[in-house]
Design a protein around this ligand. Structure first.
Ligand code: HEC
Length: 164
């Protein structure tokens, strides 16, 4: 009886070991697959580099010209009347200019305060100057209520003498 019982325990133990450890070799092969996936995922990271080089774009050409908008035709018509009919001969234009215009244009016309145009490099005609002084433009106030037509023509002519 003693011999049989020893053989029986060995048999039972061997059956128990086979039943439990039978699956262990299969589990060891499965974790190899995720390591292959990590290698594949690292590839798209390298593709981001050429995208950064394409960001540089050609800058649009700067077309900023200092030319001001043309004087409206109805203002130019009035200015033509002033130029042909007004008499600026008896007026101290320099005194008027100093009184009314130096605040923005300066004594020599090149101050450009409050965005005023540089009169020393101005290329506009006398009629356009008269129109701008009479009606004003942008930040320049109109002078049709402050100065007579004779005085406006006088300062317009004086502003032309400031040109280099
Ligand atoms: C409040 C500031 C100011 C005062 C005062 C002023 N101006 Fe002007 N002037 C300007 C500005 C601003 C411009 C430009 C207007 C624009 O083109 O938008 C200008 C433009 C001009 C121009 C046109 C120049 C060009 O080439 O286009 C003439 C001429 C001129 N002024 C003459 C005068 C005279 C003469 C007086 C005095 C009677 C005078 N200004 C007083 C601000 C002023």
């Amino acid at each position: 009886m003693y011999k049989y019982s020893k053989q029986l325990t060995i048999l039972l133990l061997s059956v128990f070991i086979i039943a439990c450890g039978g699956d262990t070799p299969k589990k060891s092969t499965t974790p190899k697959k995720p390591t292959k996936k990590t290698v594949v995922e690292s590839k798209p990271v390298k593709k981001e580099e050429p995208i950064k080089e394409e960001v540089e774009e050609v800058e649009p050409e700067k077309k900023e010209e200092a030319q001001s908008e043309p004087v409206p035709p109805e203002q130019l018509k009035k200015a033509k009347e002033i130029v042909s009919s007004a008499d600026a001969s008896d007026i101290d234009a320099k005194k008027l200019y100093r009184l009314h215009c130096t605040i923005c244009h300066g004594a020599k016309g090149d101050m450009k305060i409050n965005g005023a145009k540089d009169l020393s490099i101005s290329k506009i005609g006398l009629e356009e100057s008269v129109a701008q002084i009479y009606f004003g433009k942008g930040l320049m106030t109109p002078y049709n209520n402050l100065l007579s037509e004779d005085q406006i023509l006088a300062v317009a002519k004086y502003s032309e003498t400031l040109r280099r």
